[in-house]
Design a protein around this ligand. Structure first.
Ligand code: 13P
Length: 283
């Protein structure tokens, strides 16, 4: 069933696991995501970038996800990933997304607070969850590291931001970056611990592709309840597709070249969920 993101994140935080939030890059991937969650008996968040939302359309995405979620025995959240366009976010809320992210992290803190509050006020009557971001996560191809003193989330900022906005989930910067599929991030757990002692809501880790499985238990212990995975799904889909497309005769059914790509993604989602849901070491 389709549920607001905060419902599954609050359960995850209480029980000591993290929900995987997986970027949908094309329509073909969607059934694989839901099947993977079902086979792992796990809730799942399906997240949509602005680019994917424009490519498929908000209404079609909502209809597809809702149709599959209604038949499913797992909880599914439909989340708008990073967005700084408040009008677009409002359209996603009205289209039936169950969660949105307002990313004002490029703005000075007070402006980030103001724009986030506007989204929270709009989303609440629809029972739609709001995720926001404090600190800069950024993007990288090869593990180009962030500047700790500039980019990492300052615990005081995170605490003040939460007090002011009362968002449902907060994305923080502790060393992960988007798009890192060739190396692993070095995370700063001391910063995470300080934030988690002062901010009671589920925390979100972006750049999950570059996060080592060895770090997952500690992340969960210190309050990370949502881990975003995007690049790995895109990269492995293309990798598989390059093989199947190049080996396929032209008269072959298109299904035969796409199904292996969908299966590859399904296995990755299953593996991630397994790591995110293992019993925590620290409990
Ligand atoms: P990756 O693409 O690095 O996995 O990060 C995804 C993400 O954080 C989307 O918000």
């Amino acid at each position: 069933m389709l549920v607001p993101l905060h419902e599954i994140l609050n359960e995850a935080k209480k029980e000591g696991y993290a929900v995987g939030s997986f970027n949908l890059h094309c329509m073909e991937m969607l059934p694989s995501f839901i099947e993977a969650a079902e086979e792992q008996h796990s809730p799942i968040s399906i997240q949509i970038s602005h680019g994917t939302a424009n490519y498929i359309g908000l209404d079609l995405i909502k209809a597809m996800v809702e149709t599959l979620a209604a038949k499913s025995n797992v909880k599914v959240a439909l989340h708008l990933d990073h967005n700084s366009d408040v009008n677009f976010i409002k359209k996603a809320v009205q289209a039936g997304f169950t969660s949105v992210m307002i990313d004002g992290s490029d703005l000075p803190l007070e402006e980030n607070i103001a724009v986030t509050k506007e989204v929270v006020d709009f989303a609440r009557p629809y029972n739609v969850s709001v995720e926001a971001e404090v600190g800069a996560i950024g993007g990288t191809e090869d593990g180009v590291s962030l500047k700790e003193d500039v980019d990492f989330t300052k615990p005081n900022d995170a605490a003040y931001f939460y007090e002011q906005t009362k968002v449902d989930a907060l994305a923080i910067s502790i060393g992960s970056s988007h798009g890192q599929y060739r190396s692993k991030s070095k995370l700063n757990f001391a910063v995470l611990q300080e934030i988690s002692e002062r901010v009671e809501i589920p925390l979100v880790l972006h750049g999950g592709t570059g996060v080592s499985y060895d770090d997952i238990q500690e992340l969960i212990h210190y309050g990370i309840a949502k881990i975003n995975i995007g690049t790995e799904l895109n990269v492995r889909y293309i990798e598989e597709g390059k093989k199947t497309f190049s080996e396929s005769p032209l008269e072959n059914s298109l299904r035969k070249v796409l199904i292996p790509c969908n299966n590859r993604v399904k296995n990755i989602v299953k593996e991630k969920i397994e790591h995110f849901s293992k019993a925590p070491l620290y409990k």
